[in-house]
Design a protein around this ligand. Structure first.
Ligand code: CAA
Length: 380
């Protein structure tokens, strides 16, 4: 067993940490308040090669392993989880799926600009009546010979308006159930495609989340990913890796809240000494440190399993379930340690607490992770 990072992984972690501190921290409060998309920040992230971290260099990516991606996600999420979800969706849900299952033409045309960060991608599975119950797709794609006609609505789509390339799941044959679902690459300027209203959210406020409407959208047949009926498997396999990214995001939120609370506990005085000198606060910090380190091991192990070519469906679900619960708990504890200041925006912990909540919901709620885990262990 080797718990040390390679020199390259250490460099990636440091680069992400520096980027978050220098480029994200100065603007994060304003962007949260105004729900302002981090356009310039994402352009700089692209220059660092962080929008297609795991994609092979021949397709415009950085050719790094999953653990490097996790390290970058963790550092960026300590400061700004809105930026990290934009990055995570592009890396895990869009680029990874296209590289793994797209054909050569799709990779040349769509993956290259996405992996280099020239374009941003979105993953469109959720619908008004198909969130956790993802097999119940109501969006339809009717085969018209050389193209499909897409009709339907997608909900809560991250990068909804900032994306140029959308991976859209739709039902092509309702009688076949989930085996009739396909995934299509849809370009933003396709006639009939509309970006609906932006959601006003509790957390990750500077990422853009939208409803998308497809009204008789013509999608060329060559834009279907994989064989006919592969779309749901595509979504599930892609989400397994996505969950490692969100687990890393949750880990970063927890660690960011903990680091702020630790610093504060050393400086803030009450009853004649730093509050960290009181067991009520010191023991909270001890619990946070321990639970965050335990969460880190599960997240890194899931990334390691993926890099080893092992099945990581179970470990990614466990990593996400645990890290998101730890993020929610640790960020609430951090607000408590900050007391009245914790309730004030400029101290950052209330934002981390708001951001933590979504990690228990998106890319599979905590309840769905428990479904995946329980099915896996009962089958063993
Ligand atoms: N890999 C490959 N195939 C898989 C799979 C996996 N990891 N998990 C399930 N499948 C297959 C099953 O084997 C089954 O196929 P067969 O019938 O051929 O065996 C098929 O998928 C359907 O699975 P189930 O029979 O288990 O269906 P179910 O309805 O009981 O459960 C579910 C499915 C696990 C609940 C699934 O719907 C699910 O994961 N739901 C959560 C959806 C989700 O995570 N949404 C996130 C939206 S994206 C997002 O949040 C992005 C963002 O903005 C940040």
């Amino acid at each position: 067993m080797n718990f040390s990072l390679s020199e390259e992984q250490k460099l990636i972690k440091q680069a992400a940490k520096d980027f978050a501190k220098q480029q994200l921290l100065p603007t994060v409060l304003e962007r949260d308040e105004l729900q302002k998309f981090p356009k310039e920040e994402i352009e700089k992230l692209s220059e660092l090669g962080f929008m297609g971290m795991m994609v092979a260099p021949e397709y415009g990516g950085s050719g790094l392993d999953t653990l490097s991606y996790v390290l970058a996600m963790e550092e960026i999420s300590k400061i700004d989880a809105s930026t990290s979800v934009i990055m995570s969706v592009n890396n895990s849900l869009v680029c990874w799926g296209l590289e793994k299952f797209g054909n050569q033409d799709q990779k040349e045309k769509y993956l290259k600009p996405l992996a280099s960060g020239k374009k941003i991608g979105a993953f469109c599975l959720s619908e008004p009546e198909a969130g956790s119950d993802a097999t119940s797709q109501k969006t339809t794609a009717v085969d018209q010979g050389d193209h499909y006609l897409l009709n339907g609505t997608k909900n809560w789509i991250t990068n909804g308006s900032s994306a140029s390339t959308y991976l859209v799941m739709a039902q092509t044959d309702a009688e076949k159930g989930h085996k009739g679902i396909n995934t299509f690459i849809v370009e933003k300027d396709s006639p009939g495609f509309t970006v609906g209203p932006k959601e006003n959210k509790l957390g990750i406020r500077s990422s853009d989340t939208h409803t998308l409407i497809f009204d008789q959208v013509k999608v060329p047949k060559e834009n279907r990913i994989g064989a006919d009926g592969f779309g749901f498997t595509f979504a599930m396999k892609t989400l397994s890796g996505g969950r490692i990214g969100i687990a890393a995001q949750a880990l970063g939120i927890a660690a960011g809240a903990y680091e702020l609370a630790l610093d504060y506990a050393k400086q803030r005085e009450a009853f004649g000494k730093p509050i960290g000198g009181h067991q009520a606060v010191a023991f909270k910090l001890a619990q946070m440190h321990t639970k965050i380190e335990a969460a880190r091991q599960l997240v890194y192990k899931a990334a390691w399993e993926k890099d080893q070519g092992l099945n990581y469906d179970l470990s990614s679900a466990m990593a996400k379930l645990n890290a998101s619960e730890v993020a929610m708990w640790a960020s609430v504890e951090a607000v408590q340690i900050f007391g009245g200041n914790g309730f004030v925006k400029e101290y950052h912990v209330e934002r981390l607490m708001r951001d933590a909540k979504i990690t228990q919901i998106y890319e599979g709620t905590s309840e769905i992770q428990q479904l995946v885990i329980s099915r896996a262990i009962l089958q063993e």
